[in-house]
Every structure is written in structure tokens, then in C-alpha cells.
Design a protein around this ligand. Sequence first.
Ligand code: NAD
Length: 334
Amino acid sequence: MAALFRGSRTVLFSWNKHVDSAFGNVSALCTRTMASKTPVGFIGLGNMGTPMAKNLLKNGYPVICTDVFPESCKELQDIGAQVVDTPADVADKADRIITMLPSSPNVIDAYTGNSGILKKVKKGTLLIDSSTIDPYVSKDMAVTAEKMGAVFMDAPVSGGVGAASMAKLTFMVGGPEEEYTAAQELLTCMGANVVYCGQVGSGQAAKICNNMLLAIGMIGTAETMNLGIRLGLDPKLLAQVLNMSSGRCWSSDTYNPVPGVMEGVPSANNYQGGFGTTLMAKDLGFAQSTATSTRSPIPLGSLAHQIFRVMCSRGYANKDFSSVFQFLREEEGQ
Ligand code: NAD
């Protein structure tokens, strides 16, 4: 039994570790007293990280933050966050840290690099990674963090910048169940739904599955709408019919990819904002690699991966992924 301190909270750990997978699935029993509003570290202040960290501030948590581009920290600094130079400096000052980074290499760098979190992490620190990354990297990070006496959890999100701003994200959480309550305390400040998915990496697994289905659904909606238009149907009428029939899906009724069908979606704004094609291609890459390692057939997921990758090389990289409709229309003329 070791008594640790996370902020001003007394943290009592009763370790009962056992490794039951190739990646080291460590479970630890722990009991904590009441949480308090001690500083929370935040690393990665991009499109998502900035509004998420703002919501922690709004909920009364002092925020200590950093980003590889110091100018990304300006908005947070202006509303009271403390900015430091490196992830190691964040770890020196906070014992609950959230990371929101583009992809696996950035997460590896922020945790294990020369100025990474693990250089100065305190025992008992709770590390929550909300980036969408390879679940095997999450598992590796958990094993490495555990060697330093820290706890790593994956908590990727569903919902875009709008949901992040309104604290309406859905968090899919993986890691030791005993730590879930501590993670939940912070995640509920930034999201409307927080779902415990299982051991570390499970949050990423759920996120990857969701995004693969989303990608397939969006391509299906885009090609269906395009065919209907070619057959002479009015796109709004076709969307109305689909949405009252068995072809209905989120991409047809909430995020329709055809300009003019819906207001307030990226297709109504030249595919600006929303969820970038590059990020979707990245997530499908994780679906592809995990499907290979688990020998799961994903013929449609693989095809979706290739389509979004080609789009990235044809000028769609920074457009919302629903621009696959525009991509298919342009392909027709070739
Ligand atoms: P972003 O590129 O806007 O922000 C990432 C930030 O991390 C940048 O400011 C970058 O400078 C910083 N960064 C990179 N490496 C760093 C390092 N080693 N140390 C410190 N800072 C570093 O990305 P985003 O749109 O905020 O997305 C973040 C994550 O959330 C991604 O994994 C993405 O897939 C996921 N996600 C995004 C959306 C969305 O709509 N944008 C939705 C759901 C999930």
C-alpha cells in the first residue's frame, strides 16, 4: 500500500498488479478521497484542445498548458491558463494531464520524447490521452507510464469542434476501471457522454470502429445522392425520401454531403470546418492496421481508406470528409 498525493487530494493506492496480455494489462486497486480543483495539465491546443481546455477553466480547474507551437497557447493564456515550455514542464506542475494531439507519433513524442511528460511525471499522476491514435500505441504508453508509477488512459472523442466548444463531446474511455471515476470527473467538464469501454486501448478501438462505419456511410450517401441527381431527382427530395426510408443514416439526415440540402453543415460552406479528410484517412489507417493484426475482413473499410487517401492527394486534404461527394462528381468528368 502506498499513499500518494494527486494535487491536494490524498490518493491511497493498494496495488494488486497482474499482467494478462502481450501489452501488459495492469489492473490496480485504488481508493481516493474527494477530488479537488487542483491544476490540470493540457498538452495540444489545436482545434479540439483549445475549446476542451477552455471548458476545464470554465469549470474552475486551473490549467497548465503547452503546445509545440507557442502561439497556439495564446487564446488560453489570455483567459488565465499558465503556459509552460514543454510537456515535461507540465508534468512537473500537474498530476492530472490531458493530451489532445494529432496522431501516434505526436503522442509518442509528447510522452517519451526528450522533453516528454515521462521525464518529470510524478508517481500517481493520471494521464488521459484524448487523441485518436493506434490502440497498440495506447497500450505501449500505458506500460511505459506504469513503470514510472503513473496511470495512462485512452479517451478519444466523438464530436467535432462545435461539440468540443459546447462541452458535448462523447468520450470513449479505456484503462484501469479503478481510475475511471477520477478520469470521469475531468471528462464530464468537456463532454455530454463518457463511456467506459474496458482495458487501455478499448476507447481507441470503439472510436476506430465508429469512424470506419461513418466513412463507409458517408461514401455510400455521397454516391447514392449523386446517382439520384443523375437520374433527375431533386437532391432535397431524394434526401427526404431516404430519411423516411431504410437507407437513412447520420450522413443522410444530419450531415448531408450535397450542397443545398441542409444548412449549418460543411457541405453548405464549401466543405470548410468539420472533420478533415486527412483525419478521416488517418483513422481509417488504424482500422486497416488493426484489421490486419486481428485478421478481420474489412473490405468496405479498406476501400473507404483508399478513397480518402486518394482525396488527400487530390486537394481535398483540408476539406471536410463529406467532400467525398464533390470528389465523386469530379471523377465523373474524367
Ligand atoms: P490539431 O492539429 O488542430 O491540434 C493538435 C495540436 O497538437 C496542434 O496545436 C499541435 O501544434 C499540437 N502538437 C503536436 N505535437 C505536439 C507535441 N509533441 N507536443 C505538444 N503539442 C503538440 O488537431 P485537432 O483537430 O485538435 O485533433 C486532435 C485529435 O482529436 C486528433 O487525434 C483527431 O483525430 C481527434 N479528433 C478531431 C476531431 C475534429 O473534428 N477536429 C474530432 C474528433 C477527434
